[in-house]
Design a protein around this ligand. Structure first.
Ligand SMILES: [Zn+2]
Length: 139
């Protein structure tokens, strides 16, 4: 374990698990939310680089932002978010902690700029109340 700072790339099962959870533009949970918000009649801009943290969905007219967070990468308070790979624990703890700090900073900056922010977690995507929550937030 000592001195190994990179993920164990020899473990295909672990690699697949990680890759399936890599946060990137247009990941599946984000696509679900985009379709949902669009079908509700709202229009948004995507990944505006001029805003802190490059937020996922931006609704300028409503001064509102929706973030779709992967539970693992953003350390959600759920089973998946609290999970850590079996090897290279230090690497992952450090990485997840950095993500968390960045999330908090971005959120503060967005609030300071007058934006309202809603965070939707990966594990909430299938929640049947999600649409109501979004509508309540945007209205
Ligand atoms: Zn979660």
């Amino acid at each position: 374990m000592i001195g190994r700072l990179k993920p164990d790339r020899d473990d295909p099962e672990f690699r697949n698990w990680v890759m399936s959870r890599v946060r990137s533009k247009g990941t599946r949970p984000e696509m679900v939310v985009r379709k949902m918000v669009f079908s509700m009649g709202y229009r948004y801009r995507l990944h505006r680089k001029d805003l802190p943290g490059t937020p996922d969905l931006v609704l300028p007219g409503r001064r509102s932002i929706i973030l779709v967070n992967g539970c693992f990468w953003h350390s959600h308070d759920c089973k998946l978010g609290q999970r850590l790979p079996k090897s290279n624990i230090e690497y992952w703890v450090d990485k997840k902690m950095k993500n968390c700090k960045r999330d908090i900073l971005s959120m503060k900056s967005l609030n300071n700029l007058g934006w309202r922010v809603m965070v939707i977690w990966e594990c909430e995507i299938k929640n049947e109340n999600l649409m109501h929550s979004i509508r309540r937030f945007l209205n």
